[in-house]
Design a protein. Structure first.
Length: 98
């Protein structure tokens, strides 16, 4: 499994608040039962790379459908193939060393 850290920033909305748009993205992920974790700075999604890229494309369209005139999206993918990894495991390993 790979992890994707994705930040989607709607622009041209007439407001500095983004929570409405992020809530739409969160609802989509929940409805589709996609393993993810919402953070203060973005969302982390778990899956194989092909699926993650497909999800990124779908998420990119959500703010446009809600009226945004422009969408800026930043993606980071951690694709480790020597062992399976899941959401939260990196944090657990670090915390176990504290």
């Amino acid at each position: 499994m790979a992890l994707m850290d994705i930040s989607i920033i709607p622009l041209g909305t007439g407001s500095t608040s983004l929570s409405k748009y992020i809530a739409d993205i969160e609802k989509y992920l929940i409805e589709k039962n996609i393993p993810h974790a919402l953070t203060d700075m973005g969302t982390i999604i778990e899956g194989d790379v092909d699926t993650l890229l497909k999800i990124a494309r779908e998420l990119h369209e959500i703010p446009f459908k809600a009226g945004a005139k422009r969408v800026y999206m930043a993606i980071k993918i951690d694709d480790r193939r020597d062992k399976e990894t899941h959401l939260g495991e990196k944090v657990k390993r670090v915390k176990s060393k504290l």
